[in-house]
Write a protein that binds this ligand. Sequence first.
Ligand code: DQA
Length: 156
Amino acid sequence: MKRAILVLHGPNLNLLGSREPEVYGRLTLAQVDREIKRYGQARGVRVECLQSNHEGELIEALQTASRKGFSAIVFNPGAFTHYSIALRDAVSAISLPVIEVHLSNVHAREEFRRHSVIAPAARGQISGFGLRSYLLGIDAALGALGSHRESRGGRR
Ligand code: DQA
């Protein structure tokens, strides 16, 4: 069966295209999702994308991903990155590799964005490359799946 990766977008990412385009770019979420899926397809992996403004829905998506046949998750938690212990616990609770991604370089922005409560539970973090952050996230997810040894190189 073809492997599948879940791409999860957190709050306000539905507004991509019109939301602070100087920070997040001019691509809409639909365009971003299309590019991510195309990228995955070219690498032999099925990609499904889901956006939610609700913490609980994101938690459900993380908890049920394995049951639904996904083998890895590329996750942009949006502002939840900086304070959602519930999402961090969900990432810790599941056995799938989770790659944290951000469109903007969170380390070059306001002080409060420099801290991610998710990152210690994730396999790694990619930040600052716009759409490419997600594509690099797909590569990282495939790397984590492709080589067990590589996937054990980090904490989880
Ligand atoms: C973001 C960065 C977060 O700080 C912000 O709250 C977002 C988007 C990014 O992709 O750059 O909503 O996750």
